[in-house]
Design a protein. Sequence first.
Length: 151
Amino acid sequence: MADDFTSAIIPLMIDIDNRTSLEVNKTFLQKITTSLTKKDIELIIISNDEIQQINKEYRDIDKPTDVLSFPYEDMPMSPLGSIVISADLVTAKAEELGHTKENEFALLFIHGLLHLLGYDHEIDNGEMRQEEERLIDALNLPKSLIVRTQG
């Protein structure tokens, strides 16, 4: 019972650093996050230029990408990690696929969060895809990032 009481007093925190004009639904992001973890996360929303610089520095890929994840060292009381999302690519992909920016943002957020939790679609046996599918079905979202890129 103490855990329920504690979590009611100290809610999960999503520290949002939005450097763009893209609006995000923090309540919806909280719902997604609390269904997967009790750890805090940092969310950074930036432009294509900024994410391209980060992608080049950390992955040696000199082009913008939609979402990057940076897990933190797993220690008591430490946040889970940082998710970085390109607002420009959220807008472009939502227009291209005919769904809302909110839905596209949620898909990228889920993808980034699953990476923070240790999933890796590049080397796993479909576990990340299955978990993404489960979440997007539960949240009534359009096709996941993995399904779009593998389909």
